[in-house]
Design a protein around this ligand. Structure first.
Ligand code: XUL
Ligand code: CO
Length: 435
């Protein structure tokens, strides 16, 4: 049985190829610096968009054509879908994947039944992983679709919702552990509020921290060594999410003594919804040594929604990959395409076109970012700009060895500040040389 009978494995054909079902930039084994493109980029495809997104929108039903899927909620259908997903991963040449518990398996009528159904699908995934050498980048629990979570999961005013959320996190983490996942994500789908008029924000944030602490305990109990991540997002579906951006997440983790156990999974579309650039979010995470992984997508600046477009803009990808190179590359993380085709791109082949477009743009971005790093001009400029801090006085200030009075005396001795141009436009022009 094949779901994509007319599609061969996608291969690199070089920049001059006019074959839309080929890579023009992504040449997996080509070395960029000391790593292959494959190892730099660590692409993942996500189960929820690739296999489960029917491409509905608030105004219309799903359009996706999925002849392999009988659209039932049966366990047989769920298990069969796994085979299609692995055929897809093989043909698109993507090594990693990500899932939520509820994308891969149906929810049962009780906690026990849901756990059993999840295990049945995980059996099939495990088998296919062994055959194909594909790896799990991260797993997660879907704590936002079911009506019981309408007012939040960990942050619900109902303690029963908290317990059900904990049950799902436990099972999803155990499934991730069993499949050798490199990480586990917490995205606070409904962990926020619609309105403060009916919300006790202090309690809700404390509840969320409790669930995360319980998850850390469980991780140690079962010996799961994957990295935990929090995925910031400011709004949608809630009016305000507690994990609103990288800074808010880092602050939350510090406040509740969780920073040692979590890194961040940063998503471009979420960064934009927060009113930030993606580089801003990445830099904020890198500065705290907390950049773990990336949800590679982009949005549509004109509509302010979380539209999860594939990241097809090489310039955006270059900026992202500059940050990734700056932190020394991914360790447990990777580039997960948390991205969906447009509703108009409903044919099975569009799954390939969309991933190819994203992979090629990211590979292009990697090449650009690498050339910029090799050239060194931008990094040198920034280093030189802060040079006045590199001497003895700078060291004393930064180690806390100077008082305000010492600094007053220095100011009086130094005279006026020798101002230097920031040269923004010159540097932007220089960046453009590498596109
Ligand atoms: C939603 C989103 C999620 C997380 C995983 O906006 O990004 O799919 O990536 O729960
Ligand atoms: Co995401």
């Amino acid at each position: 049985m094949t779901a994509f009978p007319d599609i061969e494995k996608i291969r690199y054909e070089g920049p001059d190829s006019s074959n839309p079902l080929a890579f023009r930039r992504y040449d997996p084994d080509r070395l960029i610096g000391d790593r292959s493109m494959r190892d730099h980029l660590r692409f993942a495809s996500c189960y929820w968009h690739t296999m489960r997104n029917e491409l509905a929108d608030p105004f219309g039903v799903g359009t996706a054509r999925t002849p392999w899927d009988d659209r039932s909620n049966s366990i047989e259908n769920a298990v069969d879908r796994v085979d299609v997903f692995f055929e897809f991963l093989n043909k698109i040449d993507i090594d990693f994947f990500c899932f939520h518990d509820r994308d891969i398996a149906p929810e049962g009528g009780s906690v026990e039944e849901s756990e059993r159904l999840l295990e049945q699908v995980v059996d099939r995934i495990e088998l296919r992983m062994k055959e194909t050498n594909k790896q799990l980048l991260w797993g997660t629990a879907c704590l936002f679709i079911h009506p019981r979570y309408a007012s939040g999961a960990a942050t619900s005013p109902r303690i029963e919702a908290f317990c059900h959320a904990a049950a799902q996190v436990k099972a999803a983490m155990e499934a991730t552990h069993r499949l050798g996942g490199s990480g586990y994500v917490f995205w606070g789908g409904r962990e926020g509020y619609g309105s403060l008029i009916n919300t006790d924000m202090k309690r809700e944030r404390e509840q969320l921290a409790r669930l995360l602490h319980a998850a850390v305990d469980h991780k140690h109990r079962i010996g799961f060594e994957g990295q935990f991540y929090i995925e910031p997002k400011p709004k949608e579906p809630t009016t305000h999410q507690y994990d609103s951006d990288a800074a808010a997440c880092l602050d939350f983790l510090r406040e509740f003594d969780l920073l040692d156990h979590f890194k961040l999974n940063i998503e471009t579309n979420h960064a934009w919804l927060a009113g930030h650039s993606m580089e801003h979010e990445l830099e904020a995470a890198i500065a705290a040594d907390a950049l773990g992984s990336i949800d590679a997508n982009m949005g549509e600046h004109t509509n302010g929604w979380d539209t999860d477009h594939f990241p097809t803009d090489p310039l955006l990808c270059a900026r992202i990959m500059r940050c990734v190179l700056k932190m020394g590359g991914f360790t447990t993380g990777g580039l997960n395409f948390d991205a969906k085709r447009r509703r108009e791109s409903f044919e099975p082949v569009d799954l390939f076109h969309s991933h190819i477009a994203g992979m090629d743009a990211m590979a292009h971005g990697l090449e650009i970012a690498h050339r910029i790093a090799e050239d060194g001009t931008l990094d040198d400029f920034v280093r030189t700009r802060y040079e006045s801090w590199d001497g003895d006085l700078g060291r004393r200030i930064m180690t806390g060895d100077t008082t305000l009075s010492d600094l007053r005396d220095e100011a009086s001795r130094m005279g006026e500040v020798p101002l230097e141009s920031g040269r923004q436009e010159m540097l932007e022009h220089h960046f453009n040389r590498f596109i």
